[in-house]
Design a protein around this ligand. Structure first.
Ligand code: PLP
Length: 427
């Protein structure tokens, strides 16, 4: 059997129905290019599900991992510690909002969110406060695929089978510009009742559910209302962290800092799985009690894996370099110009938005805006045939390239998108 036949025989791929297009066989990757077994070079214009920051197989990150693997590959993290994790905590706290004081490590974005939710819930429990059970989230959000993170996410077709098993959450509407005041009023009404304990959100941009961008001013207002009632605010920065929005964190656009921040995806530069949850002193204090029932009993076998931490330390160092920051600015500017041009002159797009290194285009379509929109597969195949990996969310076409993507490649991606939009409007 060929490798592809063996794949078909034995593997089950994520978010993929059996019998869908065969997966591409990738043999190596370097910079922004994925190399297929039959010699194609595909531009990874979505950073492999938004994890890659500095290009594939980055030599500095690869070296950090290899050196760490030879020294200490792993040790359990309860009762033991090591330098890569200590350094990572210091590195993260040096770039996170100033109110953050502790780092809890896990394996991925969903677990980082679970940890934040569990800390927020136990924050109330540890103080014997029993009337703050309500959790608020924003409609259309995506926080991961585990049960807790599904509970606070959009109750869409992906989770229909599990709906009866999820805990109950109140959803406020998405604060799009025309609805800001309405959403603030809705939130105020909910929070005023005094029974809300947790508010979780993707700061400034909802990723997986459609790359929807909203203004920092409205999030600040929501957080101010939450703060007045002591509600624990969780920023899910799994997608937005590490430069994706143009600043290190989306929270850097805000005046009010969240109590808990979930991170993953770009944390290791896309090289190894790792999740991190940071908390503020306010949260930490409530767990500073040696009685057994106030301890945070949560952990994963691979918590604090030294190789993942070493990759993260190397990636953060690259992220903070002038060269990388310049690239982030360069891509942000290209995307901004593109979005502005389309917003002013074109009616073939329902909307063109950008935030940092995220460009999000809502295409006109006879079907409704949703993941199920048939444009998804059409666009995916069309761009792949031109050696560009774009994986639209239905009729939302977005670009989230690695920061090392050269201008010529960025311009080519935008050119291809432009010609797609023009051609499709003539059909
Ligand atoms: C991807 C994502 C997650 C889930 O992360 P995984 O590592 O895929 O479990 C959670 N929150 C947000 C905002 C994400 O984009």
């Amino acid at each position: 059997m060929t490798l592809q036949e063996r794949d078909k025989q034995y593997l089950w791929h994520p978010f993929t129905a059996f019998g869908e297009d065969d997966p591409l066989l990738i043999t190596s990757a370097e910079g922004v290019y994925l190399h297929t077994h039959d010699g194609r070079k595909i531009v990874d214009a979505i950073s492999s599900w938004w994890v890659n920051l500095h290009g594939h197989s980055h030599p500095t990150i690869a070296k950090a991992i290899a050196e760490q693997a030879h020294k200490l590959e792993h040790v359990m993290f309860a009762g033991f510690t090591h330098e890569p994790a200590i350094e990572l905590a210091e590195n993260l706290l040096s770039i996170l909002p100033k109110n953050q004081s502790k780092i809890f490590l896990s394996d991925n974005g969903s677990t980082a969110v679970e940890v934040a939710l569990k800390m927020a819930i136990q924050f109330w429990y540890n103080q014997n406060i029993t009337n703050k059970k309500k959790v608020i989230a924003i409609e259309g959000s995506y926080h991961g695929d585990t049960f807790g993170s599904m509970s606070v996410g959009a109750r869409d077709v992906f989770i229909t089978p599990f709906n009866p098993y999820l805990f109950s959450v109140e959803f406020i509407e998405f604060p799009s510009q025309e609805k800001e005041n309405q959403v603030i009023e809705q939130f105020k009404k909910l929070v005023c009742k005094g029974d809300v304990g947790v508010f979780i959100f993707e700061p400034l941009v909802q990723g997986a559910s459609g790359m929807r961008i909203y203004r920092p001013e409205v999030l600040d207002e929501l957080m101010a209302i939450a703060r007045d009632q002591g509600v624990v605010c969780i920023a899910d920065e799994v997608f937005t962290g590490f430069g994706r929005t143009g600043k290190n964190f989306a929270s850097d656009y805000l005046k009010i800092s969240p109590d808990l921040i979930a991170m993953s995806k770009g944390l290791t530069g896309g090289a190894l799985p790792l999740g991190a949850t940071s908390c503020s002193r306010r949260i930490e204090e409530v767990f500073r009690d040696s009685s057994a029932n106030k301890t945070f009993y949560h952990g994963h076998s691979y918590t604090g894996n030294p190789m993942s931490c070493a990759a993260a330390n190397a990636s953060i160092k690259i992220l903070l370099s002038a060269e990388c920051q310049n690239s982030i600015n360069r891509i942000s500017h290209s995307f901004n110009d593109f979005a502005l041009r389309y917003r002013q002159t074109d009616n073939r797009l329902k909307s063109a938005q950008r935030l940092g290194c995220i460009l999000s285009l809502e295409l006109e379509s006879s079907s409704a805006t949703s993941y199920q929109n048939p444009l998804r597969k059409e666009i995916y195949r069309r761009f792949l045939s031109r050696d560009i990996l774009l994986r639209p969310l239905g009729n939302i076409l977005y670009v989230t390239p690695p920061y090392v993507t050269p201008s010529s490649v960025v311009e080519n991606i935008l050119y291809e998108i432009e010609s797609f939009i023009h051609n499709s409007s003539r059909r």
